[in-house]
Each structure stands twice: as structure tokens, then as C-alpha cells.
Design a protein around this ligand. Structure first.
Ligand SMILES: [Zn+2]
Length: 732
């Protein structure tokens, strides 16, 4: 305690000296750094004290206890256990001192299995187990409540047909089959999960478009099994019977309840018929373990598949031949209630500006990594922030926290909640900080540098994220910033550490709860988490044993994530001026545009992008100028509260200006002009423009480029006006 407060004083004095030295040099044109981005010196000093108190609160032992409770039973969406956990979390938040605790109910179209079977009928009979093996060392694996294999939103059906192997089930794989004279129409198609990875819902849509009757997706050991190292329960990788469950909804077209596209499924809301939904698959589909897939593959007699189609099982992978199977799927697709738990710490000074934290609660089985590692980190975060509030240390802005439901189905809880409160969120939401999996990797196999810290953020918030990481300690003992640089260097096999500007991933895809806030509501988002070796995703083995013996036995990564999440939240909640960096944002846009031109070999005679480049350059100039002017104003203490308030309003407006209310072509729900995701969930920048260029629809591309020019120009003007208001009102 003593040491910490002494450190804190030392820091305070060091920075006072620094601030004084800087104010003596006011005439120098070089912009000085502020003590913390967006903070005036006195407020930064208070913030440092608060942060040091905050960082001492999260406890690995408590994170372990939360984790054990959360993962004690399977808790998929709409299950009694997941609903119990909603009450459990609400109760905990009440005890921790959070306010306005509310359970929001949404009635949504849910999907769960009634009966499932897969049989090979020729050339030999074989019945797939569709179950995972239990291990004595991990009693949870014997829990009778564990489900078998199924996919959320699979169609029901009974298909008997020939089996064809289609590699990863991506469009180019079907092209190759066609070239080899193999038709998949009416057949059962077997594909592997990865190589290259694509979201299973994209494989389902692709198969549906190809006329496939039933789709089986299996986990090849080359993807997440023994090829990579030791398998569960001895290591982090998937054993022979592990099954990757999941949803196959087409939520990249429109997420959330498939029967309320674009509006909230509050009780009494209008619902469309399931047949009218654009996000519901019409194909029968199932996941398989490699043990269940092997007999189907090794009994084929047709032509051998090419080298890159060969997986890691000791067999020859063939296109097809001689294998007949029967796939029977009977799904209960019916309306069920989902529950989002919401709580807040009301801001002491700016209650109508919100910093939102969120994590989903529902898991395919126990959710050791996905999502209960995130939930355990969140519960330690809310406990710590509640403790600060008890000591009278309330955030200046309101901090809202949500436990989402049904993320695994179609990002459903967050989407419905976002749609319900769209008007408020568009006005009040400063940023959404999402944590899905806080620890998706094995510390025990990570080597001396440890797990990789792998956050993603909109570019305007990347610099503040890097800055915050310098003040958090990683489990390796280094600062999180140093650990992050070291693991980035290791993971990219580079010989020098990356530049700060390259640390944060600023390209953001879909597949988690940030989607509605970014893509539909135009609010800035950050995703945080550690990653590493992890081969039991969405299987029964993603459980407490995996985490406590292989993933994060000391629960120190859970707590490091809590600290980083909390620090970012506190800085956004307490800053004088919101720490958006639009100069950096513009530089990222320029990178996105160059990448688009290079990947598509874009020639100016096809599409002129010179004006868009010029607009981005102007935006960059204004962003940099505003950042340095504001930093100087903050340091000199010359900004009035009204001046600061006016500026913050304008900064929040910049992010909203990236929205186009008509949406991107073909996907009106996705309204962000800079960010969307591909159907594979992969990131997609300048979505409307990029997709038009890829289709070589030059007329559409021109229109999309013009939309971007207008939006960038509008924001440049906004920054210019923000700067002139700031300068005008500044007392000299
Ligand atoms: Zn998840």
C-alpha cells in the first residue's frame, strides 16, 4: 500500500515538473504530450491515483471462483441454467453496488435439437456417435446434460444420398469438383472446418446455393487436433471425438432474431414468418468429430483429391465414390425468451454519456473459454468498479454493463438490445468495449513471452489503447505494452518489434457482440482478449478443467484482461476530452484504400480514387491539427468546461457521420461506410466500394466512392469547425 502511494506521488511530481517545463515552452510549435490522452494535468493526477487503486482490486482467486460457477453446467441460450445465470449475475451486480439492474426480455426464434442421427448405409454400415468421450480426470465431461452434435438454425430433414468431400466448402472448392465432373446437387457434402477458415454459416449458404441436400462439417486434426500438439486432457488441442457445435445463421446479412430484422423483439413486437427471413438457412447441416467423419472418408473409392485437400488423418482423401449415408435432423425451432442483464454506475458529472461494457453469457456447452473466461473477467471488473464506487469514486460518465444472451445463435441479445435503444445509443454511447473470450489460449504452451494480447479497435481509439497498455502489468512481469510488442514480433516472425501504429488491429470483422454498435449504430468499438493454442472451441472440452489446467492455471491472464478492460473504461469515462485520434483514423483509411487498390490491381481508367485520397489527406491534416491544439489547451489549463463539452459533442458526431442510413448495397442493416464483414465474418473495409470493385461494377463503385468522399469531407468540415470553436472560446 505504502509503496504504491509513494510511487503515485513520485509520478505526480514527475509529471508536474514535466507540465511546468512544457508550459514554459508554449511557443514551440511541436505539440506536447499530455499526461494521459484527453486528460488535463490535474485530472490526470487524480486518474492515476484512481487507476492504481483500481488495479489492486481484481483477484485471480476470485476470477477462478466466478469461472467455476459459470462453467459448472452447460448453459446454452434459452436453457434453464443460462436463465439461472442471468439472475445470478444480476444478484452479484446488486451486491457489488451497481445501479439500475434490469433484466431485458426478448422473445426470439430459437433452435435446438430434438433428434439427430448420421448413418453410413454403404459400402459398410456405420453409425456416427455424435458424442464426445468422457475422461475420468475431468468429471464435467460425464455430465449427462451435455448435448450431442447439432448446429443452431439447421433445417430439419431426412436425407439419404451419396457423400462428396468438398474440402473447406468454399466456392472455389465446388468449382474444382465441377471441373472434375462431380455434381453435388442433392448429395450429402462433407467439408472440413478450416484451411482457409471461413464461418460455418458461409459454408452452409454456399452449399445451399450449390443445391446440396445436407452438409456435414468436421474438425480435421490438421485444423485443431494432434497435428498442433497434445490433445485434451493432456494439452490444449481437440481430441478425436471433439465436436465444434455452432450456429449456421446468415447473420452477416442481418443479425439478431431472424423474425425481427432491424427492430427489437420486445414482448408484443411484430414478427415476420420464418419463411420470409433472409438469415435462416434452408439446408440440413451437422458438425462431426474427425472420429465420426473418418469412416465416411476412408471408404470412398473415387479419384484422389489434390494435395491441399488432404487433411491429417492417415488416409487418402478422395472426392467421392461408393459412400452412401443417411442424415436425419429434427430441430425444434420455436419462440423462446432470451434475457439481457443490464446495470450501470451513474456518472457523477456526465450521466448522459455512456461507456458500455459487454460480454455474452450463453455457451454451446460449459463455455470454459467462450464466453465464461470473458464473463469471469467481467465479474472481477464489475466487483472492482463497484468497490471504487463504495469508496466514493464514481466515474464522471455513466458506465453501463451488459450480459448478453444468444450471442452464439445470431448475436441476438446485443442486436435486440441495440435495436431497442438505438436512439439513445446514437446520442449517448461514447464507445462499446466488448470481451467475448478473455483467454482463448493456453498459457502452459505459450512459451516465455506468454499468450498474445490481440485487441481490435476502430482506428480512432487505437492510440489510447496502446497508451493504456503501458500502465497494465502482463503476467510475464513486463508491462502489457512490452508483452504485446514481444508477442506481436514472435507471432509475425519479424526481427524487430512492430511500430506502435501497427499494434492494434484496426480492421474489424463480425462474429461477436460489437457488431450492432459498430455496423448498425455507428458507435466506436474495442474488442479485447488474449489468444494462443486452443483446439476445443465450442466442444464439451472447452470447460473449467481446460482453463484451470491448460489455459490459465493461475487465472492471471483473466485478471490482466480485467485490468486492461477497466483502465480503458475508466479513461473513456473520466477524460476531459474524449481520446479519439482522427489523424490516426485518417492514416488507417489511407491504408485501407491503398490495400483495396493493390489487391484489385485497380487502374485509374476503371475507377478514379484520386479525390477520395485527397479528402482523406485533408481529414488527416485536420485531425492532427485538432489533436495537437487540444493537447496544448489541456496542458495549459485554458479550456473552459463549456468549451470542452462542445468539443466532445462534436467528436462524438464524427463517428456517427460514417453511417449511411440506406446501408451497404444488398445489406441495408449494415450502415457503416468504413466497416463491415464478409460472409465469412472476415473484416471488410469500405464495404460498399470494395464489393462493387470486386464485382467490377464500375458504376456502383463510382457511387460508393462518392459517398465516401462526402462522408470524409463532412467530417473534415466538422473537425475544422470544432477547432475554430475551440480556438475562439479559449480565454487568452
Ligand atoms: Zn463467444
Amino acid at each position: 500500500m505504502l509503496l504504491r502511494s509513494r510511487n503515485c506521488c513520485a509520478l505526480f511530481f514527475a509529471f508536474l515538473v514535466f507540465a511546468l517545463a512544457l508550459s514554459a515552452q508554449q511557443k514551440q510549435p511541436e505539440p506536447p504530450a499530455t499526461p494521459i490522452l484527453g486528460f488535463s494535468p490535474p485530472r490526470a493526477a487524480a486518474e492515476r491515483q484512481l487507476e492504481s487503486a483500481f488495479q489492486s482490486l481484481p483477484s485471480p482467486e476470485k476470477a477462478r471462483e466466478w469461472h467455476r460457477t459459470l462453467t459448472a453446467e452447460p448453459h446454452p441460450a434459452a436453457s434453464a441454467r443460462n436463465n439461472y445465470l442471468a439472475d445470478f449475475i444480476a444478484d452479484a451486480w446488486r451486491k457489488q453496488g451497481w445501479e439500475d439492474i434490469t433484466l431485458r426480455r426478448y422473445d426470439v426464434l430459437h433452435s435446438r435439437p430434438r433428434s439427430i442421427s448420421v448413418e453410413m448405409t454403404a459400402p459398410v454400415r456405420f453409425t456416427a456417435s455424435l458424442r464426445e468421450d468422457a475422461y475420468d480426470i475431468d468429471p464435467d465431461t460425464k455430465n449427462p446434460a451435455v448435448s450431442g452434435a447439432y448446429f443452431g438454425y439447421s433445417a430439419s430433414g431426412d436425407v439419404t444420398a451419396e457423400v462428396v468431400y468438398a474440402h473447406s466448402g468454399n466456392p472455389e472448392d465446388y468449382d474444382l469438383l465441377k471441373k472434375n465432373g462431380i455434381s453435388v446437387r442433392g448429395k450429402i457434402v462433407l467439408v472440413r472446418y478450416s484451411n482457409p477458415y471461413s464461418y460455418r454459416g458461409f459454408k452452409a449458404l454456399t452449399a445451399e446455393q450449390q443445391g446440396v441436400a445436407a452438409l456435414l462439417i468436421y474438425s480435421d486434426p490438421a485444423d485443431d487436433g494432434y497435428t498442433h500438439g497434445k490433445v485434451f486432457p493432456d494439452g490444449p488441442w481437440g481430441p478425436e471425438s471433439h465436436i465444434q457445435r455452432g450456429s449456421i445463421t446468415y447473420d452477416y446479412i442481418v443479425p439478431g432474431d431472424p423474425t425481427t430484422p432491424g427492430w427489437a423483439s420486445v414482448p408484443g413486437a411484430k414478427h415476420i414468418a420464418p419463411e420470409e427471413s433472409r438469415s435462416l438457412p434452408k439446408i440440413v447441416a451437422l458438425p462431426l468429430s474427425w472420429r465420426d467423419a473418418k469412416p465416411l472418408l476412408e471408404n470412398m473409392t473415387g479419384p484422389e483429391a489434390p494435395k491441399d485437400w488432404q487433411g491429417a488423418m492417415p488416409i487418402k482423401y478422395r472426392f467421392t465414390g461408393a459412400v452412401q449415408a443417411r442424415v436425419k435432423v429434427d430441430m425444434d425451432t420455436s419462440m423462446q425468451p432470451y434475457t439481457v442483464v443490464e446495470a450501470r454506475l451513474r456518472g457523477s458529472e456526465l450521466p448522459d454519456e455512456w461507456v458500455l461494457l459487454g460480454n455474452h453469457r450463453d455457451a454451446w456447452v460449459f463455455g470454459g473459454v467462450d464466453p465464461s473466461s470473458g464473463t469471469a473477467s467481467m465479474m472481477e471488473l464489475t466487483r472492482s468498479l463497484g468497490e471504487l464506487k463504495r469508496r466514493g469514486l464514481r466515474p464522471r460518465r455513466t458506465i453501463v454493463v451488459c450480459s448478453w444472451d444468444g450471442e452464439e445463435y445470431a448475436l441476438t441479445g446485443s442486436t435486440e438490445w441495440g435495436e431497442q435503444f438505438a436512439d439513445d445509443l446514437k446520442k449517448k454511447l461514447v464507445a462499446y468495449l466488448n470481451v467475448d473470450e478473455s483467454v482463448a489460449g493456453a498459457a502452459t504452451t505459450a512459451g516465455p513471452e506468454g499468450l498474445s494480447f490481440s485487441p481490435a479497435a476502430v482506428a480512432s481509439l487505437a492510440p489510447m489503447l496502446v497508451e493504456a497498455s503501458k500502465d497494465v502489468r502482463a503476467p510475464s512481469g513486463k508491462s502489457l505494452y512490452e508483452a504485446w510488442r514481444a508477442t506481436s514480433m514472435r507471432d509475425s516472425q519479424a526481427s524487430t518489434p512492430p511500430l506502435d501504429s501497427a499494434l492494434v488491429e484496426t480492421r474489424i470483422g463480425s462474429g461477436s457482440d460489437h457488431t450492432v454498435f459498430l455496423n448498425h449504430l455507428g458507435r466506436p468499438v474495442i474488442n479485447l482478449g488474449f489468444t494462443g493454442d486452443y483446439g476445443v472451441y465450442h466442444s464439451m472440452y472447452d470447460d473449467h478443467y481446460w482453463m484451470a489446467h491448460i489455459g490459465d492455471p493461475a487465472f492471471e491472464y483473466h485478471v490482466a484482461l480485467t485490468r486492461m478492460w477497466g483502465l480503458v473504461a475508466l479513461r473513456l469515462a473520466n477524460a476531459d476530452i474524449l481520446p479519439f485520434d482522427f489523424g490516426f483514423n485518417a492514416a488507417a483509411l489511407e491504408q485501407f484504400l491503398r490495400a483495396l487498390e493493390q489487391t484489385n490491381n485497380l487502374e485509374p481508367r476503371r475507377l478514379k480514387l484520386k479525390r477520395l485520397h485527397a479528402r482523406i489527406a485533408e481529414f488527416e491534416k485536420e485531425g492532427n491539427l485538432l489533436r495537437s491544439t487540444v493537447a496544448r489547451g489541456l496542458l495549459s489549463g485554458s479550456a473552459s468546461p463549456e468549451n470542452i463539452q462542445r468539443l466532445n459533442e462534436q467528436l462524438l458526431q464524427v463517428e456517427s457521420n460514417w453511417l449511411d442510413p440506406t446501408g451497404i448495397p444488398g445489406r441495408p442493416w449494415f450502415q457503416h461506410l468504413l466497416y463491415s464483414s464478409r460472409f465469412t465474418y472476415a473484416h471488410l473495409e469500405f464495404p460498399g466500394l470494395t464489393e462493387a470493385v470486386e464485382k467490377q461494377d464500375w458504376k456502383l463503385a463510382k457511387r460508393q466512392a462518392a459517398l465516401l468522399e462526402t462522408a470524409v469531407g463532412k467530417n473534415t468540415k466538422l473537425l475544422r469547425s470544432a477547432l475554430s470553436t475551440w480556438e475562439k472560446n479559449r480565454p487568452r
